[in-house]
Structure formats: structure tokens, C-alpha cells
Design a protein around this ligand. Structure first.
Ligand code: ATP
Ligand code: MG
Length: 248
């Protein structure tokens, strides 16, 4: 039973990374896969809050311990944590999903090394799927994460407008030394009739198309009082399930 590590990256802030990471993790968990959702947005992510979990324990407590050991001149590759030492940083959602909440602290200069330590020590855990929420920035620690996982989902929103932008993002990542062979495209929100087909968009970007997600009105701030039609939820759920199936 191979473990799958998936990072959810996006072409820009607000493209839907957190929604995709959270819903994908939920879908895997519902299918009976032991799943860990990791909030890799250093300096404050939104996963724990959006799942009704508390901010602590979190990744930051683990990173602080790494920081302490690195202050004693230990290089990142020399740090060792047993699964028993990692477990207390992980929270458990009532659905069975495990969550490593965000670190409220960033660790500039050390974050990339720390990410490598995190990934090395999550690999031996019994989780079948590990999903990382990320930030749409070109920073060393994010690039390291994207290079170390098995699959990167590139989330692109409102679609045609951002297609060229998405191509630019991919180009910048490649210039920064990230190979993109393991990247797949997720179009968040259905294209309008005037847009090109999702398949065509993926072809232009040179990425496999992992999925197309519809608009989910209830998830927009300020629209929470709106009654959501069952079909919309169902459509969204179906689309997420199709995404999981393509990733199998
Ligand atoms: N398919 C969707 N339908 C409706 N609303 C959505 C959808 N996807 C995302 N949103 C909404 O858009 C906003 C941005 O989404 P989200 O927080 O997932 O993006 P993000 O890429 O993680 O942003 P950031 O870069 O700030 O972390 C949120 O309010 C979210 O609820
Ligand atoms: Mg986010």
C-alpha cells in the first residue's frame, strides 16, 4: 500500500487551494483512506479554523522544536523524530481525518530545511494519503515542498483569464528549478460558455487535467444565508470524487 503525497498549489492567492485541499482530504477519508491534511501555510493558514479545530497543537510547535535543535548547530538532515514524537502535533477531526494545523510562525531562512524534515518524518506514518495546503508564493520552502511530493495540483480559477498567467507561473517554477512532470491541473469553477474547453486549457499548459470543480455558492463569504440546492452540493461532491478517481 503506497503512500501518496499531494500538494495543492495555486496560480494566485485566492484561487481555491484551501478549499480543494480540504475537500480532497475529506473525500479520501470518506473513502476509507487514512488521510492526513497538512497546513503548510507558514505564518497562519486556515485549515484548522475551517474544520472547527483549535489552533493547537500545530506544525509550529514541531518547527519550534526543530528550530531549538538547529540552534544547537544540528543541520536539518541530522534531526530525528520518531512517529511517537510527531503524533502529539496532529489533531483528529470527527470524520477521522487527521490534521496538522498551520504554524503561526514563519521561519525565514530555515523553512525550506524544516519542510524537508517534515516530509521525511511524515513518510513513515501509516497515512495512505497526505495532502498539503500551500501558499501561492515562490518561496524556497514552497518550492522544496512542490519538489518532494508525488503529485502537485495546480489550482487555477476563473479560467481563461488566468490561463496565460498559469503558464507564467509554471515557467517561473521551472526557472526556479522545480520540475513540473508531476503537476496536474485543477480548474476551480466551471468555465463559462465563452471559455475554451478544460481539456484544451490543460493541453495548452502541457499538464494532465485532474478535474474541474463547479461553483459552490454556500462557500462564499456573505452568502451563507442563501439556501443551497442539493444539486449544487452534489455536483461539487461528484466533481471532487472524480478528481480522487483520476488521482488513483
Ligand atoms: N468552487 C468554489 N465555489 C465557491 N467558492 C469558492 C470555490 N473555491 C473557493 N471558493 C471561495 O473563494 C475564496 C478563496 O478560496 P480559498 O481560500 O480556498 O483560496 P486559497 O487559494 O486557499 O486562498 P489563499 O491564497 O488566500 O490561501 C474562499 O472564500 C472560498 O470559500
Ligand atoms: Mg489558502
Amino acid at each position: 500500500m503506497a503512500q501518496k503525497m499531494i500538494a495543492v498549489y495555486g496560480v494566485r492567492e485566492g484561487s481555491g487551494k484551501t478549499v480543494v485541499a480540504r475537500e480532497l482530504a475529506g473525500a479520501y477519508q470518506l473513502r476509507g483512506k487514512k488521510t492526513l491534511l497538512v497546513d503548510m501555510v507558514l505564518g497562519g493558514g486556515q485549515i484548522a479554523g475551517s474544520l472547527g479545530l483549535s489552533p493547537e497543537p500545530n506544525l509550529g510547535q514541531w518547527l519550534q522544536e526543530m528550530d531549538r535543535q538547529m540552534n544547537e548547530d544540528l543541520p536539518p538532515f541530522a534531526l530525528r523524530f520518531s512517529p511517537e514524537e510527531v503524533a502529539p502535533f496532529i489533531q483528529h477531526h470527527y470524520t477521522g481525518l487527521d490534521v496538522l494545523a498551520a504554524s503561526p510562525l514563519d521561519f525565514p531562512g530555515r523553512a525550506a530545511g524544516m519542510v524537508e524534515v517534515v516530509i521525511t518524518h511524515l513518510r513513515p506514518l501509516s497515512h495512505e494519503v497526505i495532502i498539503f495546503d500551500t501558499r501561492s508564493v515562490v518561496r524556497e520552502y514552497v518550492l522544496r515542498l512542490l519538489s518532494l511530493v508525488d503529485t502537485v495540483l495546480l489550482v487555477t480559477d476563473s479560467y481563461r483569464y488566468h490561463l496565460e498567467y498559469a503558464a507564467g507561473v509554471l515557467e517561473r517554477l521551472r526557472e526556479a528549478g522545480v520540475t513540473t512532470d508531476h503537476f496536474q491541473l485543477v480548474l476551480n469553477r466551471m468555465p463559462t460558455l465563452t471559455d475554451e474547453s478544460p481539456r484544451e486549457a490543460a493541453r495548452q499548459l502541457g499538464l494532465p487535467l485532474a478535474g474541474v470543480l463547479p461553483e459552490l455558492p454556500a462557500m462564499q463569504p456573505g452568502r451563507n444565508n442563501r439556501t443551497l440546492s442539493y444539486e449544487l452540493v452534489d455536483h461539487f461532491t461528484r466533481s471532487i470524487n472524480q478528481l480522487v478517481e483520476r488521482l488513483e
